[in-house]
Design a protein around this ligand. Structure first.
Ligand SMILES: *[C@@H]1O[C@H](CO)[C@@H](O)[C@H](O)[C@H]1NC(C)=O
Length: 278
């Protein structure tokens, strides 16, 4: 079970709690901090935005990069409770992307030093090291993402003796994905958190007969035959409430049926991703 956290999308019916409060029970395995919204900002450093969750933060000098002490502490708490914490890059708004592969390679080094196992004076989460990185690319171009993933994975592989880290992508369900298909077919992702919502191929189109526009079957085929990592796992991405996305919400009984069907039909099925914590 994967949950996105950080954009206060729960706002429609409440307010997001501190990260640590989602790490006390067994309802989720991976929490994805969303988002790193700008790649090359002031001082050539990125920008992050977690809505209300970094209101105790301040910018590092000469940058618009927030230092988030509460999130830093909460990452430690969550990891101690067995949760994996990913940082998501991109999102529905923001200013991100690469002009070329050399920028992508440079940025992989920056991300590693700021949030991964590298070193920097400007680490937003202090000594905490995230467990993975997620690409939720919804704008710009596809340029550089394969290079970015490959370079980042080089660092992760060197660090594997300290801890195993992961890379995920969050494409939308229509295929091919405008921004990530190139990277998914030429660089190594562990997980695809596919957004089966806000689209004609969403989970709301599922029917028991399996002849519908809901296209998990295409993603299963993609993962096993076209994906660079043919063992990559596909997650069923759903909105966590009827106000979390424009379309795609299904009630829990329907979702339960869908999950059991996917689990018994598709070997690439990895689990469920929910857009925002509940
Ligand atoms: C890549 O793009 C950046 C920014 O536009 C530019 O400064 C740099 O010269 C480019 N590098 C290559 C190798 O094309």
């Amino acid at each position: 079970m994967v949950m996105y956290w950080g954009q206060n999308s729960y706002g429609a019916v409440g307010s997001q709690e501190n990260l640590a409060s989602y790490c006390t029970d067994s309802t989720n395995d991976i929490i994805v901090l969303s988002f790193l919204t700008t790649f090359f900002g002031e001082g050539n450093l990125p920008e992050i935005n977690f809505a209300s969750a970094c209101s105790d933060g301040s910018y590092f000098d000469g940058t618009e990069l927030l230092e988030c002490p509460t999130i830093a502490d909460d990452i430690v708490t969550c990891q101690a409770n067995g949760k994996k914490i990913f940082l998501s890059l991109g999102g529905a708004s923001g200013s991100y992307g690469f002009s070329n592969d050399s920028e992508a390679e440079t940025f992989a080094t920056t991300v590693w030093n700021l949030f991964g196992g590298g070193e920097s004076d400007t680490r937003p989460f202090g000594d905490s090291v995230v467990d993975g990185f997620d690409l939720d690319i919804e704008g710009g171009s596809s340029t550089g993402y394969a290079t970015f993933v490959t370079q980042l994975r080089t660092y992760m592989d060197e660090y594997a003796g300290t801890k195993q880290m992961y890379i995920s992508g969050a494409p939308q369900c229509p295929m091919p994905d405008s921004f990530l298909t190139d990277a998914m077919t030429s660089s190594y992702f562990d997980f695809y958190f596919v957004q089966f919502y806000n689209n004609y191929c969403g989970v709301d189109q599922w029917t028991a007969s399996a002849t519908s526009d809901f296209n998990f079957d295409s993603w299963d085929t993609f993962a096993q035959t076209q994906s660079y990592n043919t063992d990559a796992k596909v997650y069923l991405g759903v909105p966590a409430s009827d106000s979390a996305a424009g379309t795609g919400y299904v009630d829990i009984d329907t979702l339960t049926s869908i999950i059991s069907q996917l689990q018994s039909t598709y070997s690439s099925f990895g689990g469920v991703m929910m857009w925002y914590v509940v």
